[in-house]
Design a protein around this ligand. Structure first.
Ligand code: HEC
Ligand code: HEC
Ligand code: HEC
Ligand code: HEC
Ligand code: HEC
Length: 217
């Protein structure tokens, strides 16, 4: 009986391994595509209203009651972060109006016990990205360019993908998104005429950087 020489056994095994490897790649392909799609859509949560522990409504407060964004997001023009208001800010009004509403009990408790409210974050860039609000709003990029019509939202959702391509696209061509900086918190803004973006760009010498260290440092 002829025996298979040892080196032939080895090469058969190699051939088998290569075939299995190719097969595995084919089987993984849908997973790789699936991962890419998930990164772009589900993970980015665009358009999904986020539930909060208290039924706070931007539609009520910003549109119906006409409270400016900066009354609550006090650091948006000065710092990287816009800031979320402490319960003290809510109590400025709610110690007078709706002061017995059960909806507001968590706010009163938070104020009484000096325990911050725990809101669920809506926007959250990865830690390796550097973002700065003041760099945008003092240069005439309106809140709605990045957050959409917050004043129409009962629950806030992420309006834009917040991907790198989204940031860089605007950095390459900011003009359509520029307005007089005094108007950055106006929602549904209508520029006086088509030239406003260009005038603001020229006057403030706006030229957003696109080198990697701008956003990754
Ligand atoms: C009366 C206070 C108040 C006013 C006025 C207000 N906000 Fe807010 N904002 C909050 C609170 C509280 C939260 C956290 C709860 C939530 O997300 O709904 C919040 C959350 C947000 C978020 C989501 C933050 C996150 O977690 O990513 C954005 C964006 C935002 N506000 C933008 C605006 C804009 C733009 C305006 C003006 C049109 C505005 N807000 C006016 C109180 C306010
Ligand atoms: C400048 C005044 C003012 C401030 C500050 C304010 N509110 Fe209000 N809030 C109101 C008024 C006015 C209403 C009644 C709205 C209506 O019925 O049109 C209201 C209503 C509410 C309601 C009832 C549900 C609703 O939306 O109608 C909740 C809950 C609420 N506010 C939470 C908060 C929280 C949380 C904060 C702090 C982040 C806050 N408010 C800050 C004026 C204020
Ligand atoms: C150029 C785009 C852009 C503009 C303009 C902008 N935001 Fe934001 N905002 C973001 C991004 C991106 C985040 C998430 C930041 C993070 O995760 O570190 C964010 C987060 C927030 C938050 C959550 C708290 C924080 O600072 O992380 C609030 C509140 C907020 N924005 C309010 C505002 C308001 C109010 C304005 C207008 C006065 C505004 N934003 C203008 C892009 C923008
Ligand atoms: C809608 C337009 C727009 C979008 C979207 C946008 N930016 Fe900007 N960005 C600007 C403008 C305009 C400036 C101001 C440039 C200037 O002062 O010359 C700026 C400035 C900056 C600066 C400060 C640069 C410096 O050194 O002065 C950083 C950091 C930055 N952007 C990061 C981001 C990141 C990260 C994102 C995405 C999450 C983003 N931007 C999305 C328009 C935009
Ligand atoms: C204007 C801001 C901005 C600039 C400029 C920028 N990035 Fe990014 N980058 C981002 C943001 C925002 C993310 C996060 C995207 C996400 O979560 O989907 C990111 C993610 C990444 C990632 C993670 C992989 C991914 O795509 O999710 C890498 C790698 C990266 N950037 C490399 C670079 C390099 C290299 C450069 C220079 C050529 C650069 N970035 C310039 C904003 C920027």
């Amino acid at each position: 009986m002829a025996r298979t020489p040892p080196d032939q056994v080895f090469s058969l095994r190699v051939e088998m391994a290569v075939k299995l490897g190719v097969l595995a790649l084919f089987m993984l392909f849908p997973l790789i595509v699936g991962y890419a799609v998930w990164r772009e859509s589900a993970y980015q949560k665009v358009g999904e209203p986020v539930a909060q522990p208290i039924p706070f409504s931007h539609k009520h407060h910003a549109a119906d009651d006409g409270i400016d964004c900066r009354y609550c997001h006090t650091t948006v023009e000065k710092a990287a972060s816009a800031g979320i208001p402490p319960s003290k800010t809510c109590m400025n009004c709610h110690s007078q109006i709706w002061s017995n509403s059960p909806y507001l009990e968590p706010v009163r408790a938070s104020y009484r016990d000096d325990e911050p409210l725990r809101w669920t974050r809506v926007h959250d860039l990865p830690d390796y990205v550097y973002f700065n609000h003041s760099a945008h709003v003092t240069r005439g990029v309106g809140c709605e360019s990045c957050h959409g019509r917050i004043d129409q939202m009962v629950k806030v959702w992420q309006a834009k993908p917040l991907t790198m391509a989204w940031c860089v696209d605007c950095h390459r061509n900011p003009t359509p998104n520029l307005r007089e900086p005094a108007n950055v918190t106006v929602m549904g803004y209508q520029p006086r005429d088509g030239g406003e973006g260009q005038r603001v760009k020229d006057r403030l010498k706006i030229n957003p950087p696109t080198d990697c260290t701008t956003c990754h440092r």
